[in-house]
Design a protein around this ligand. Structure first.
Ligand code: NAD
Length: 286
């Protein structure tokens, strides 16, 4: 099935599909192969994985099984914080390449703004020059961390992947990224399946108005905010539904109404200092 997903131009000249499939928490190998294949069958051409999701091998297997030419699929992975450092990051990316069984990775991100992320960034720059990675970016970086990277970098990050949905729209951080020509990727675009968000009364009203599901309204809001999104699902009906958002537009007034839902509230309701240390542990044990 062919779907016209918009592509966005990044500051290094490469392009990225604005919509894709996230595979966080799909750790079972066969399940992951199955749902990535299902996504590819339904027109998804962008997969977002990470070393810490423990499913790079399954993603690579699904790409091979799909028969779709490699260059038509956009693959992102992320380096986990334990592997930050010049040599450690190089080894980590080489390991990801082996697991994915690919010659190159489209986009590699530093997963968190922790530990020695400047050395890790330098290492990504070398891997980009060697052709092992096409583009390099960051994830969960705050303004002060981005400034640190901008200070030392030869190549700017192309994206910052951050938590973002109508309940936490991150306007200040998003504006800073856009002013610096860094695209924003919204992780947890549905609040990790947050039922209060998915069943919000305004979103529900707009769902009736536009004759789309509430999830489609939320995903369309992201697209019109210029966010790159990759909702996760292990439900074949939802996989089809989530990509079916390119045949309608939310009006400017309705976009503003959704903007007003912002509470700047993370789905992980911890003070940011605690979150910095606890969140990586939550990630590791999930
Ligand atoms: P999400 O916001 O995409 O929500 C996924 C959940 O929403 C599903 O498990 C399901 O419960 C529900 N859902 C999906 N489609 C639905 C539909 N059509 N109808 C009803 N319910 C539906 O959550 P996520 O997986 O946390 O985020 C998406 C991706 O972002 C991840 O898979 C991963 O690739 C990335 N991510 C990155 C980070 C990071 O630190 N960089 C953190 C979390 C997630």
């Amino acid at each position: 099935m062919e779907v016209k997903v918009p592509v966005m131009k990044m500051n290094d000249g490469n392009t990225i599909p604005q919509f894709g499939f996230g595979v966080y928490c799909i750790e079972d190998h066969d399940e992951c192969v199955k749902y990535v294949l299902e996504a590819l069958k339904n027109g998804y051409r962008h997969i977002d994985t990470a070393q810490i999701y423990k499913n790079e091998q399954a993603v690579g297997e699904a790409i091979k099984k799909s028969g779709i030419p490699r260059e038509e699929i956009y693959i992102t992975t992320k380096v986990w914080i334990d592997n930050f450092g010049i040599d450690e990051t190089k080894k980590s990316v080489e390991d990801s390449l082996k697991k994915l069984d690919l010659e190159y990775i489209d986009l590699v991100l530093l997963h968190y703004n922790l530990k020695d992320y400047t050395s890790a960034w330098k290492s990504l720059e070398t891997l980009k020059e060697e052709g092992k990675i096409k583009s390099i970016g960051i994830s969960n970086f705050e303004i002060k961390d981005i400034m640190k990277i901008l200070d030392i970098c030869k190549y700017k990050p192309v994206v910052n992947q951050i938590e973002c949905n109508p309940y936490i729209s991150q306007d200040k951080l998003r504006s800073f990224c856009h002013e610096n020509d860094i695209l924003v990727e919204a992780w947890g675009p549905l609040g990790h399946g947050n039922q209060k968000l998915i069943n919000n009364s305004l979103i529900d009203k707009l769902s009736n108005k536009y004759n789309k599901t509430t999830v489609q309204i939320i995903l369309r809001w992201h697209i019109q905010k210029n966010n790159i999104v990759f909702p996760k699902s292990i439900d074949e009906k939802h996989i089809k539904e989530n990509i079916d958002i390119f045949d309608f537009n939310i009006s400017e007034d309705d976009m503003k109404l959704i903007d007003n839902l912002n509470k700047n509230k993370s789905i992980y309701p911890l003070p940011s200092f605690t979150k910095k240390f606890v969140f990586p542990i939550i990630f590791k044990i999930q």
